[in-house]
Ligand binder design. Structure first.
Ligand code: SF4
Ligand code: SF4
Length: 495
């Protein structure tokens, strides 16, 4: 057992209101600079939709992440040799049109225009060329319903639906959407790290945060292709790649990353988990439908004495183990089994998990929640967002996992409704809770964390132990790297 610590997150999608405060908080701190005008380390996209950069989920186009070839895990981008041979030619990159041409407005025209009968206007100008532009797309262009006919219909996850299911989904009265905020997933098997020919990307030994050395980056941009989530961005001004750093300077001082801290819907949770790196190679090779279980299995029980012993032997600090025991992420992912990674079939083992949205599933007609719940428990196929669609996004097509999670969340709602509004029959609620193994104690705990969490419930950030990072780095990097699991050593400064 090779126990390591990883900072991980949960986003509860039912609570996201699509306000983009998270994106702006991040932009203001990290990417409000020349060369990164188009880059949003945190973005929020509307689903169904094509996202940012457009169609990022299409790995036929972008060749991101890993694929299973026989029993071997290979980067879709190609092996080391083919990447080196193509080092000056990489066609699998999003263009500025796939992101959007960033623009600002000529605000000074509002003040400096000569006197006239008509109001002056601030025309949009490109932040790249300074020339006037027609705005044709943006990072949240398919927001809400505005882009539905054009964007939602092109969502790749709709492929799993039949013609009839797709037709129904876009019926005017049923039309449905929800938001998916996205940051770098600080994956356990990151495609970006494996794709970089310069060895500039590495995972921090003490907390698993994935970083790019600005000194070692040689602008080959293989990381941008290698990341299936398109969460590495090229800074055209410095000629280096950059990505979300999970606000590590904030984490090191016990503060949540800016996008977490500022989240208006309080949808974000952060905590540390312990995982077994020895299990990674096999877990990442499981068939699609087993990937969620395999990823859960890699995460270890921090109360298990064997795990604690192995963690200590690997240099994991006692306080990190203590915080792993209080981690909200552990509860959502391992104990309650209601949070899933985004597109686990990309096989990078992402460490941001999503609680799927229940409300758009249920709310296609008005009526008693209890009646709706009964429908859902008996015929989940009839729901407003097809389960197949959510399974395509979060469980690599495993519908059972998705139905279980949604039923559990629904049983919890009915349980609280029974307590507060007293208009739901107790025997029925008991039956539904029993079906998903939900006890009143767990229901209360889930309710507290999902509905009334304090800052300290949501963000359980272990104290930073930079003084121990050297020791852990030795433990982690002296192992023989296998397959894609090369946890590169952080570069020496000045290289
Ligand atoms: S999402 Fe994963 S593969 Fe993409 S940049 Fe982040 S760590 Fe790398
Ligand atoms: S700040 Fe929170 S609620 Fe608002 S869009 Fe971002 S994740 Fe959603």
């Amino acid at each position: 057992m090779d126990v390591r610590a990883q900072i991980a997150a949960v986003f509860h999608l039912d609570k996201c209101i699509g306000c983009h405060t998270c994106s702006i908080a991040c932009k203001n701190i990290w990417t409000d600079r020349k060369g990164l005008e188009y880059a949003w380390w945190n973005n929020v996209e509307t689903k169904p939709g094509t996202g940012y950069p457009t169609l990022w989920e299409d790995q036929e186009k972008y060749k991101g992440g890993w694929e299973l070839k026989g029993n071997e895990l290979k980067l879709r981008l190609g092996g080391k040799l083919s990447r080196l041979l193509n080092i000056f030619y990489n066609p699998y990159l999003p263009t500025i049109d796939d992101y959007y041409e960033p623009w600002t407005y000529r605000y000074e025209d509002l003040f400096n225009s000569p006197e006239s009968d008509v109001q002056p206007t601030a025309r949009p100008v490109s932040m790249i060329t300074g020339e006037p532009v027609e705005i044709e797309s943006g990072p949240n262009w398919d927001d809400d319903l505005s882009g539905t006919p054009v964007y939602a219909r092109n969502d790749l996850n709709l492929k799993s639906l039949s013609e009839e299911e797709r037709r129904k989904l876009f019926e005017f009265e049923r039309v449905v959407f929800f938001y998916v905020p996205r940051i770098c997933n600080h994956c356990l098997n990151p495609g970006c790290v494996a794709a970089c020919p310069a060895g500039a990307i590495y995972k921090r030994a003490e907390d698993g945060i994935v970083l790019i050395s600005q000194e070692k980056c040689r602008a080959w941009r293989m990381c941008i292709s290698g990341c299936p989530y398109k969460k590495v961005y090229f800074n055209w001004n410095t000629g280096k790649s950059e990505k979300c750093i999970l606000c590590y300077p904030r984490i090191e001082t016990g503060q949540a990353p800016a996008c977490f801290h500022s989240c208006v819907g309080r949808i974000r949770y952060l905590g540390v988990v312990l995982y077994d790196a020895d299990k990674l190679p096999e877990a990442a090779k499981k068939p699609d439908e087993e990937l969620v279980d395999a990823q859960r299995d890699v995460i270890l029980d921090p109360f298990d004495e064997e795990v604690v012993k192995a963690a200590k032997a690997n240099g994991v600090h006692d306080s990190v183990i203590e915080y792993a025991r209080k981690s909200p992420v552990y509860k959502f992912v391992k104990e309650w089994k209601i949070a899933f990674p985004l597109h686990p079939e990309f096989r990078t083992m992402p460490m941001v998990f999503y609680v799927p949205p229940l409300l758009p599933v249920m709310a296609f007609r008005t009526g008693e929640i209890y009646e709706l719940a009964k429908d859902f428990f008996s015929t989940p196929e009839s729901v407003r967002i097809p389960i197949k669609y959510l399974a395509s996004l979060f469980t690599a097509g495993n519908e059972e996992h998705m139905i279980y999670a949604l039923r559990k969340i629904l049983a919890l709602r009915l349980y609280k409704r029974m307590q507060k509004a007293k208009d739901v029959p107790k025997e029925e609620v008991d039956m539904m809770m029993k079906e998903v193994g939900l006890t009143p104690e767990t229901a209360e705990e889930m309710y507290r964390l999902m509905s009334l969490p304090t800052f300290h419930d949501r963000f359980v950030i272990p104290p930073s132990h930079r003084e121990m990072s050297v020791e852990q780095t030795e433990n982690v990097y002296n192992r023989k790297a296998s397959g894609g699991f090369g946890f590169r050593k952080p570069p020496e400064r000045g290289m």
